[in-house]
Ligand binder design. Structure first.
Ligand code: GUN
Ligand code: FE
Length: 463
């Protein structure tokens, strides 16, 4: 046996003495009151000592003596960091704008002209810096980003995430379809789009300071309507060759779902599978209209869905059947879909996921009789929403984040129930689940006092 105490001491950076809440499995909330979480090299959790373990006090003392103990205050709770599975970085200036248009008009009239402005790298930087800072301040420790078709601007986003310390998966957007993409915002050919995607992957993988893979490249066909068959085929092959994550939109709205069905003769999911774009590390945004056999394909591939409950209100034409997906074993996490959704907060989207599921369960048309209106068994509760926002996102990305356990990354946020300008009031009689409910339904940005990624503090709220 190695001398465990001293061996850990050599590697461990820091320890956190905190009341922590996490959801290691979907719907199972676990409270770790006054636990000691030991974080070692590379920001990886080495050990979680429960209060009752004799090691907890001894180790806490040792870290305190080394000046390496972070001790949370009594009104503070440690949560895993939030995982946002769907963000359009260039749409940050559009947040809240023109949400009453249908998706296809919103894209053509507002979104494509806005994204085209990222041809100017200085402009892109001027929006990407506040975006990354804003997401960190909202507790998002991992974000899966769409950039734009511009290689330099998307490279800049990778630089910023690395510098700010946000775990980020980033895609240079590929879109070449002549009918669906405007001439001012389109890849000139499938070969060009593939070459630029390849260049982006190489850039991210060789970024100085990114040896641990804090920032990862993602093959990103925007969605089938904006990509030619040739481009989809090339990107599927590239994802396999480069062993990359993949992201795209899938069966988001009636229009999108119907368009793909007409053009490809099959559903989005089946078409993506045929192109080699449905993999264990694929994240499909929305997936509102995936049929039963499509769910089978997604589960067989081990792909994930980014559930974007707020954006769905505006663009999807239906409520995502979340409970059914979870029961079938689909990997689901949450996405803000900035700017399809008008909130940059995953906590916000977690509460919207609960609301959407309740509306699906109760039904929405009061003119229908109760039984015709409702879809029984559709609701989720706060612990499920919390899991989606944290560990569920980690599972979808196939990354060790979202849980406080040895081997996971220490990505965490400190929720403070005593900030004077917050919406949160804990009561000493609250159970762990009640505290979680209060956080999930009530915590706002000011309640997020600290944000840690890979054991490094990347944001501190104002006192
Ligand atoms: N489908 C293709 N592009 C987009 C986009 O930017 N936002 C949303 N919500 N759906 C899309
Ligand atoms: Fe989107």
């Amino acid at each position: 046996m190695p001398p465990r105490g001293r061996w850990r001491c050599a590697l461990a950076d820091r320890a956190f003495l905190a009341t922590a809440l996490h959801a290691p499995q979907c719907g199972r909330l676990e409270a770790l009151p006054d636990a000691l979480i030991v974080v070692g090299e590379g920001g990886v959790i080495e050990a979680v000592h429960r209060r009752e373990s004799p090691l907890a006090a001894r180790e806490a003392q040792r870290f305190a003596e080394m000046n390496s103990l972070v001790r949370l205050r009594p009104h503070q709770v440690l949560l895993p960091g939030m995982v946002d599975l769907h963000v359009h970085a260039p749409q940050w200036p559009q947040l809240g704008k023109a949400l009453d248009l249908p998706l296809e008009e919103w894209l053509q009239q507002y979104t494509f002209p806005l994204e085209a402005r990222c041809a100017d790298v200085a402009y892109a930087q001027s929006i990407y810096e506040p975006l990354v800072d804003g997401l960190l301040a909202n507790g998002t420790t991992t974000a899966l980003y769409f950039g734009t078709i511009h290689l330099p601007a998307t490279q800049r986003l990778a630089d910023i995430c690395l510098r700010r310390g946000q775990r980020a998966l980033i895609g240079r957007v590929a879109m070449d379809d002549i009918d669906q993409c405007p001439s001012y915002y389109r890849d000139p050919s499938a070969a060009h789009a593939e070459a630029q995607t390849r260049a982006f992957i190489e850039y991210v993988r060789s970024l100085s300071g990114n040896g641990a893979g804090l920032v990862l490249p993602v093959v990103t066909p925007r969605f089938i309507p904006s990509c030619s068959d040739e481009l989809l085929r090339r990107l599927g092959a590239l994802a396999a060759e480069a062993d990359c994550h993949v992201q795209t939109h899938c069966s988001e709205s009636d229009w999108e779902h119907g368009y793909v069905q007409r053009r490809c003769g099959v559903s989005d999911t089946a078409a993506l599978e045929g192109y080699g774009l449905l993999t264990r590390r694929t994240v499909l945004a929305h997936g509102n209209f995936v049929a039963d056999d499509d769910v089978g394909r997604i589960v067989a591939a081990g792909a994930g869905i980014a559930h974007c409950p707020l954006s769905n209100v505006y663009f999807s034409d239906a409520v995502f059947p979340l409970r059914r997906m979870l029961d079938r074993g689909v990997h689901v996490g949450l996405g803000t879909d900035i700017a399809g959704g008008a909130s940059p907060s995953i906590l916000d989207n977690a509460r919207h996921a609960v609301i959407a599921s309740r509306l699906l369960e109760s039904g929405v048309d009061p003119d229908l009789p109760r039984q015709a209106r409702r879809r029984a068994g559709s609701r989720i509760d706060a612990p499920v929403a919390f899991w989606l926002a944290t560990a569920g996102g980690g599972v979808a990305l196939d990354l060790p984040v979202g849980v406080f356990a040895a081997g996971y990354q220490f990505d965490a946020i400190v929720i403070d129930g005593a900030v004077p300008n917050g919406n949160l009031r804990f009561d000493p009689r609250d159970t762990a689940e009640e505290m979680l409910q209060k956080i999930l339904y009530g915590a706002c940005r000011t309640n997020i006092r600290e944000v840690w990624v890979s054991g490094r503090m990347v944001h501190a709220g104002v006192t």
